[in-house]
Design a protein around this ligand. Structure first.
Ligand code: DC
Length: 230
């Protein structure tokens, strides 16, 4: 069957990865979580003393980029976990401490260039669902289907807070809300590849949508594109 490229962008904690994974499973496509790549680079910077007091040591990190190797390795039939220089860091990259540094790291053009190049290669054969902030605008401007997900900051913080608690993190709702708002600000105002809706993207506000409705809405859009109906 004709394969397409699906780009899912949007604000943090809008549930992009949940719907991207569901779609990839259903269509038997490859799912790529590009946020995990920015998070893994951030973890590397943290492990190598390149961050302190909310600031990233940009020149040190840029110099170390050739030493960072990222790879998604399959776990079971339909999940892949990110490995940083051969080590599985899928869990470590989800902590709030990483979330606090990831947006500044993602403003660094050299970091973006390295990751975007790898992302383009991963999508070469089509049949890919990729989620992030710049997939429809920079990584795959010709993607057949582009989705832009939004929801209120409070809704997103609430979802993230529950997830973090479930993982045993000790955080307050207020801390999570502030992090969500801070990341929105940095992601939308950075100079290189700011988060914005591509002109031809379809916006989905899922503040009041359940997961099932959201999945079926987007799946229908994908089916139409695959069948060449739109
Ligand atoms: O999707 P996420 O919350 O795991 O992403 C973490 C951060 O990485 C987010 O604050 C912005 C950055 N990011 C980006 O700049 N470009 C992408 N394609 C994906 C993520």
């Amino acid at each position: 069957m004709h394969k397409i490229t699906i780009a899912i962008d949007g604000y943090s904690s809008t549930g992009k990865s949940t719907v991207a994974k569901q779609l990839a499973d259903w269509l038997a496509y490859v799912y790529v979580d590009t946020g995990a790549m920015y998070r893994a680079v951030t973890l590397f910077a943290m492990q190598n003393n390149m961050v302190a007091e909310g600031k990233v040591h940009t020149s040190k990190l840029i110099a170390a980029l050739p030493n960072i190797q990222l790879e998604f390795r399959k776990k079971g039939a339909d999940t892949a976990e990110i490995h940083l220089n051969g080590e599985n860091v899928e869990k470590d990259i989800r902590h709030l401490s990483v979330s606090e540094y990831v947006s500044p790291v993602a403003t660094i053009s050299e970091v973006r260039r390295k990751l975007v190049e790898q992302q383009k290669k991963m999508g070469e054969g089509k049949g890919v669902v990729m989620d992030g902030r710049d997939i429809g605008t920079v990584v795959f401007p010709n993607a057949e289907l582009k989705i832009f997900m939004t929801a209120s900051a409070q809704q997103r913080a609430e979802r993230r807070y529950k997830e973090l608690l479930a993982h045993g993190d000790t955080v307050t709702y207020q801390e999570v809300l502030e992090n969500v708002q801070e990341r929105d600000h940095i992601d939308t105002t950075r100079e290189d590849s700011p988060l914005r809706k591509a002109e031809d993207a379809i916006e989905i506000d899922n503040s009041d949508m359940n997961l099932e409705d959201q999945f079926h809405t987007i799946l229908q859009l994908a089916k139409d594109r695959i069948a060449g109906r739109v």
